[in-house]
Design a protein around this ligand. Structure first.
Ligand code: NIG
Ligand code: FE
Length: 412
């Protein structure tokens, strides 16, 4: 692959040296810089004074800022149909949980997914992958969880596998069989958890269809005991946990996840001091999804309390048809700053390096570091880093490069 040289970059952000510890409040950067890409990887970068004079392709990007692509570690972007009827129902006063209780919500998506042919699911999901790449995302996690039967969960995970094969960005697959209790199991919840643990999981793990396991631990969905059973069953099959928890209630699931070495705990709209203490005692990464409370109402994540306790946090979109029909990470950063009290540097670290860590991709993604994959985006001239979350309605992702190849150019 030929070399690519970008010259006159106004500022390169997230220039972490190998092994450099992350201080959430600091975003390392270099002004007036060059970046050299070789074989799809970051070969070198530094001040323009040291810029090489040769490369197969040279781009002058005067005034542009360069960022590593977003690492979106929590999405449900394989789905059959949008759910704007529920959106209107909420405007009229129904809550997200009430809609779910009446068989809407996740069960509605599961019904639609069961009816959808695999090819159509794949085509629409690939469209969403192109969409998020155009917003600057360069690595993504995708969950199952709209199947809720052996056949349909397998169908969803096979679609995710085909996405992995057909896109240039890394994709991690998470098995979320315990996303909601299907109506036919309403009087026999144990039978459904048995199905998840004893039938779905062995087949999925056997076919290597999932990288992680997830469960929605919440009143009206799955109990703490059920969540623990699922997390432990996943661990026995080598699947680390990334768990939906504390969206509406504190059920003790954060502590259970930390004790069992879960990779991440996600949502966290409600978090108490004991849970913060527990997170401090382990390596489980809190992952905040502020687009969900933006869209369905409720508390925003108490990011300030987590960060002030010295915890790292990741930010992700939660792209899904029910609680977050958007995969736009720039907007997630805006919400993190405006509604969760995060500083722009903290939001940037959370959406890049911490997002990478939330998918175990930190050795290849999440920063501009020598040897990492050359996935980055260029913005128009920016007055400051803060302008990125501040200008919440402007699309500041102008050109996107994935593994050294330009994939998107929105310059007018
Ligand atoms: O992360 N909270 C659980 N699951 C998804 C929403 C799924 C849906 O409503 O379809 C979430 O918000
Ligand atoms: Fe989610």
């Amino acid at each position: 692959m030929p070399t690519l040289l970008l010259r006159n970059i106004a500022q390169i952000w997230q220039t972490y040296a190998p092994g450099q510890p992350v201080d959430m409040k600091t975003a390392p950067s270099i002004k007036d810089a060059y970046l050299l890409v070789k074989n799809g990887k970051i070969d070198a970068f530094g001040p323009m004074a040291d810029c090489p004079d040769r490369a197969d392709r040279i781009l002058d990007v005067t005034g542009r800022h360069l960022f590593p692509t977003w690492c979106d570690s929590h999405t449900h972007l394989v789905f059959a149909q949008s759910r704007e009827r529920e959106f209107v129902d909420r405007i009229k006063g129904l809550s997200y949980k009430e809609i779910a209780r009446r068989g809407g919500g996740i069960l509605n998506s599961a019904q639609k997914l069961r009816e959808a042919p695999e090819e159509r699911l794949l085509e629409s999901a690939l469209g969403r992958i192109d969409e998020i790449i155009s917003y600057g995302t360069g690595a993504v996690e995708i969950k199952s969880g709209y199947g809720l039967s052996v056949e349909s969960e397998l169908k969803m995970l096979r679609v995710i596998r085909r996405i992995k094969e057909q896109t240039r960005i890394p994709v991690k697959a998470t098995f979320l069989g315990a996303h909601a209790l299907p109506l036919e199991y309403r009087d026999n919840r144990k039978a459904y958890v048995d199905l998840v643990v004893e039938e779905m999981l062995p087949q999925i793990a056997g076919e290597g269809l999932a990288d992680y396991i997830d469960v929605f631990c919440e009143k009206g969905f799955f109990t703490l005991e059920e969540a623990i059973r699922i997390i432990e069953a996943g661990a026995e099959r080598g699947l680390k946990a990334k768990v939906h928890t504390n969206q509406f209630n504190n059920l003790g699931c954060i502590q259970a996840c930390v004790e069992r070495g879960a990779l991440t705990v996600d949502h966290l709209e409600v978090v108490n001091d004991e849970e913060i203490k527990s997170l401090k005692s382990g390596d489980t990464l809190p992952t905040l999804l502020p687009s969900a409370p933006f869209f369905i109402g409720g508390h925003y994540q108490p990011a300030r309390r987590l960060l002030d306790a010295g915890l790292p946090v990741a930010l992700a979109s939660d792209y899904n048809p029910g609680s977050t029909p958007s995969g736009k990470m720039q907007f997630v950063l805006s919400l993190a700053c405006i509604k969760c009290g995060m500083l722009p540097e903290e939001a940037l670290n959370a959406a890049t390096l911490m997002g990478a860590r939330a998918m175990e991709l930190e050795s290849t993604h999440g920063s501009i570091s020598p040897g990492k994959i050359a996935s980055f985006f260029l913005t128009p001239p920016l007055p400051s880093l803060a302008y990125l979350p501040y200008a919440f309605g402007s699309d500041l992702v102008e050109r996107v490069f994935i593994a050294g190849e330009q994939k998107v150019d929105k310059r007018r």
